[in-house]
Each structure stands twice: as structure tokens, then as C-alpha cells.
Design a protein around this ligand. Sequence first.
Ligand code: ZN
Length: 254
Amino acid sequence: MQIVPLSAFSDNYIWAIVADGLCVVVDPGDAAPVERFLAERHLTLDAILITHHHGDHTGGIAALSARHHPKVFGPATEAIAGLTDTLTDGATQSLLNGALSLSVMAVPGHTAGHIAYLSPGALFCGDTLFSAGCGRLFEGTPAQMHASLGRFAALPDDTRVYCAHEYTQSNLRFALAVEPGNPDIVAYSGQCDALRAQARPTIPTTIGVERRINPFLRCDQADVRRMAEAVSGETLEDAGAVFAALRRWKNEFR
Ligand SMILES: [Zn+2]
């Protein structure tokens, strides 16, 4: 099985999962890059996986469905045109002639019904977790997002994280503002700058890397808490309060 990033718009990744001449795509916001990939590789579109309702993740469903008639999976609690199968937390699904087995995680926060797809060793998390960052809270509460990220953080360190945007470098500028003394963030920033200088993706990342460098997975660290308290001017009682303060700070960070 091979997992390939297809670039869309300015910074989206549509993930293509390939085995046996079949292809599954995750969050095709645009049909055109998917059509090019299928044609180049002579692949059959087996299924589409949708994580949440935003247009830059769903915009290609209609055109791809009209031409290829794949199954289209997505969250049960969001209104998304063109889904053939809706999924809730704990659902399982086998695709690509059994080469891809998925379980569904409900991860509210960025949107209220956002889901992620976990296969052994690989997490397709849409706009919930990014490398060195997390999604904005358009519909959910800080407590919901903190809990959703906590479920990801509990996955094995070597789980590869396939998120939907290349936001890593700007996220790392914020991560360094939160933890200027964290050598892992400095080293990782150097690696990511080198990749981007060659126009290569910084994604996938891994849960283990994110636990070391992503401030939103490090709300229980004393240094992160102290900085969040200094910036917010508040006493932050627990990791959930630290998360909420970091997310507010990040919204205004330039
Ligand atoms: Zn989104």
C-alpha cells in the first residue's frame, strides 16, 4: 500500500491511498488533481473518505462521483452532499480489497461532527491535528478539541499523521514563541525548512514527533503552562485551560 499527497489549492493535501490498482482519496476538495493522478497511474477510484464538511475538503465529491461512482464515506452528523455511507465513532471499514482497514474516531472541535480515519500506523485527521498546530475552533469548544487531540496523543508514537494542510512552518513559528528553549522544535524547524526549500511536503509527521514539538499536545508541560499564563495574564488551573489560552493566542499570532 502506498500513500501519496496530491496538492490542491494553495496548501491542501488530498491523500491518495493506493493498492491493487485501486485508489482511495481523503478529502478531495478539488476533483482535478485526483483525476490527473488516477489517469497517470491507471487506477480505479474505490472510495472517497471525508473528514468534515468544509468546501476545501468536499468540493470534488460531485465530479468524482459522477464519473467514477465510488463509495463516499463521511461523518453522520454533518450535512454533506453526495455521501453514500455515513460513519460514527468506532465504525470500521475495509477498503482496497482488504488492504486498508479503517476505524473511525469522532474528533469534534474544528467542526462539530469532524471524524478521523485510523488504519494501523496511519491517521487521516483532516483539520483536527496539524504538524506543530491544530485546527481552528469553528464549531466546537476548547474542551472538545483538547479531548480530541488527547485521543490522538494516546496513539503509538510511530503512527504517521496525514493532515490536510501544509501549515507546518507557520505553526512552528508559534511553537517557538511558546517554547523558545525546546531544542526539538529548533531541530524540527530546520528539517522542515529544508524540505520546503525543495518544495517537498513536511507531512506525514508522526505522533511521537508531535508529542515533542506541538504546543497543543504539550499543555501538561510546565514551560508551556508558564508561557500561556504569562501571555494570557491568567492563572491556568489545568491542561484544558492551557489549551484554551494557547488556541486564543494562536488566533492572533502573526
Ligand atoms: Zn476545515
